[in-house]
Design a protein around this ligand. Structure first.
Ligand SMILES: Cc1cc2nc3c(=O)[nH]c(=O)nc-3n(C[C@H](O)[C@H](O)[C@H](O)COP(=O)(O)OP(=O)(O)OC[C@H]3O[C@@H](n4cnc5c(N)ncnc54)[C@H](O)[C@@H]3O)c2cc1C
Length: 423
C-alpha cells in the first residue's frame, strides 16, 4: 500500500492533522496507524474511566465513524516497527510495508519506568492509556491500599480516581512538593492540604528503593527504610517522548523531535507534533516539550495544513493546565515562579477563598497560577498568549472584578468582536 499522507498516532495530534488535511485536500489518501486498539479517545479521561467505568463512546474524541466519514484508512492495534526514511516506507508489526509521500509522527510519549527492584511484579501499573486504566480497574476488586509513585499531574489524577473507588492511597514524591513542575510552592501546598483532607497521605522528599512482595506486590520500601503496605502500585514518575522510530534516521532529536514553526522535522517530508515534539513555546521563546492536549491538537492541525501544501505557522504553545482535584480548581501556565533575574515581577493575591498570581517580564505576562477562583484565568491566559503589554493595567489583573473593561480599547475591542463572532 502507498498513501499520500501517513499519520502514526491516533490521538490529539494525529486527529488534528487528519482533520486539517481533509479540510483542504478532499481526495489525497490518508492512513492512520495506532498500536492501541481503540478509535481516538480522550486520554485525560482515563481517570474518569477508572472512577465511573465510562463507556468507550463517552470517551471518544471523535465519533467512531470519523474515519469512514473522512475516507481515512484506519489501522488499529498495529505497531509501526521501523521507519524507512530514505525509502519513504514504514514496516508494521505484521510485516506489511506502507509507502508514504508525507509522514506525521504524532506518537506521544511512554511512561518512564524507574530502575527499582520489583517494578515488574504483579500489581504494578502505569497510567497513561485506557488499557492501563482497564487493567487497574480489574485489579481493584482485590485491592485496598495503593502507593502512587510520583506526585505530578498523572500521579495525582490516578490518586483521585483510586480514592474515589474507595482505595486508601499514599503518594510518594521524590521532590519536596507535589505538582512541582506545574505549580508554585503556595499552590502545591494548597493541593497537599486538600489531599490531606481527603485522607491521602503525601510523602515528599523520598524515593522508592524497592517494591516488595512475591509474586504480588505487598509493600513499597522508601529510602528512609519505611515500608508502606499496599496491594497496588501506580508508577507515575513521568513520560518521555517516544522517539524510537527516529533512531538511526537523520531526523533531528533533542529531548523530543525538533520541529520548525511549520511542525516540519529536519526531514523535508516528515512532520511531528504533540508530546513527542519539541515545538515553539511562546513564553520561553524557544522550542520545548509542552505535553498537553490542546498543544498536540493545534500542532497537529498546523502540521496537517503544511503537509497538504497550505503554508501555516504554529503560533506556539506553552504548558497550560486546568485541573480539578477533589473539587479544588486550578489553572496554571507558563513560568509559575519567577527566576531570580532582572525584569521579572510577581503579583499575588491571596484570600481564604482563593490564590492568584501572575508573573510578568518587562510588563508582559509569562506565567499565572489561579487556585479556587479560576474564572478570570482564561482572559489572563489570552493576554499572555497574545503577548499584550499589560503595564498600564497590571495592578488590576488580580482584582475580583477584572475583565475586558479594564483593558485599553485597542486591546478589548478585537477581543469583544471575536467573542461576538465578528473578529
Ligand atoms: C492520566 C492523564 C491525564 C492527562 N490530563 C491532561 C489534562 O488534564 N489536560 C491536558 O491538556 N493534557 C492532559 N494529559 C496529556 C495529554 O493526554 C497529552 O498531551 C496528549 O494525549 C498528547 O497527544 P499526542 O497526540 O501527542 O499523543 P498521545 O496521546 O500520547 O498518542 C500517541 C499515540 O500514538 C501511538 N503510537 C506511538 N508509537 C506508535 C507506533 N510505533 N506505532 C503505532 N502507534 C504508535 C500511541 O500508542 C498512542 O496511541 C493527560 C495525560 C494523562 C496520561
Amino acid at each position: 500500500m502507498r498513501v499520500r499522507y501517513l499519520i502514526i498516532g491516533n490521538s490529539a495530534g494525529g486527529i488534528g492533522a487528519a482533520q486539517a488535511i481533509r479540510e483542504v485536500d478532499k481526495a489525497g489518501s490518508i492512513a492512520m496507524i495506532s498500536d492501541e486498539p481503540y478509535p481516538s479517545y480522550s486520554r485525560p479521561f482515563i481517570s474518569k474511566y477508572l472512577v465511573e467505568r465510562h463507556s468507550l463512546e463517552k470517551m471518544l474524541f471523535r465519533p467512531a465513524d470519523f474515519y469512514d466519514q473522512n475516507n481515512i484508512i484506519s489501522l488499529l492495534d498495529r505497531k509501526v516497527d521501523s521507519l524507512g526514511w530514505e525509502s519513504r516506507t514504514v514496516e508494521l508489526d505484521d510485516g506489511r510495508r506502507i509507502g508514504w509521500e508525507r509522514l506525521l509522527l504524532a506518537v506521544g510519549g511512554v511512561p518512564i519506568v524507574p530502575a527499582v527492584e520489583g517494578v515488574d511484579k504483579r500489581g504494578v501499573f502505569a497510567f497513561t492509556t485506557l488499557d492501563h486504566a482497564k487493567a487497574i480497574d480489574k485489579f481493584l476488586d482485590n485491592a485496598h491500599k495503593a502507593v502512587v509513585i510520583g506526585g505530578g499531574l498523572i500521579g495525582v489524577s490516578a490518586t483521585e480516581a483510586l480514592a474515589k473507588r474507595g482505595i486508601e492511597v499514599v503518594i510518594v514524591e521524590m521532590k519536596e512538593r507535589i505538582l512541582n513542575t506545574i505549580l508554585d510552592e503556595r499552590a502545591s501546598l494548597i493541593v497537599e492540604e486538600t489531599l490531606d483532607r481527603a485522607d491521602i497521605r503525601v510523602i515528599t522528599g523520598q524515593t522508592v528503593t524497592e517494591i516488595a512482595g512475591a509474586p504480588k506486590v505487598s509493600e513499597v520500601v522508601l529510602g528512609s527504610g519505611e515500608g508502606i503496605p499496599c496491594d497496588l502500585v501506580v508508577v507515575a514518575i513521568g513520560v518521555s517522548p517516544r522517539i524510537e522510530l527516529t533512531l538511526g534516521t537523520d531526523i533531528k532529536v533533542n529531548r523530543g523531535i525538533v520541529v520548525d514553526r511549520h511542525m516540519a522535522t529536519s526531514h523535508p517530508d516528515i512532520y511531528s507534533c504533540g508530546d513527542v515534539a519539541e515545538a515553539y513555546d511562546f513564553v520561553y521563546d524557544t522550542n520545548r516539550l509542552t505535553p498537553i492536549w490542546p498543544n498536540a491538537y493545534v500542532g497537529g492541525r498546523v502540521a496537517g495544513l503544511n503537509m497538504a501544501g497550505v503554508e501555516t505557522e504554529y503560533p506556539g504553545g506553552t504548558s497550560m493546565n486546568s485541573l480539578s482535584y477533589f473539587g479544588l480548581d486550578i489553572a496554571a501556565a507558563g513560568i509559575v515562579a519567577p527566576p531570580d533575574e532582572e525584569g521579572y515581577e510577581a503579583l499575588t493575591k491571596q484570600t481564604n477563598e482563593s490564590y492568584r498570581k501572575v508573573i510578568l517580564k518587562d510588563d508582559r505576562l509569562v506565567g499565572m497560577v489561579f487556585v479556587r477562583d479560576i474564572e478570570k484565568s482564561g482572559i489572563v491566559f489570552g493576554l499572555m498568549k497574545d503577548r499584550v503589554n499589560v503595564g498600564s493595567f497590571k495592578q488590576a489583573i488580580l482584582d475580583d472584578d477584572f475583565g475586558l473593561a479594564f483593558l485599553p480599547e485597542e486591546i478589548w475591542r478585537p477581543r469583544l468582536e471575536a467573542s461576538l463572532g465578528r473578529g
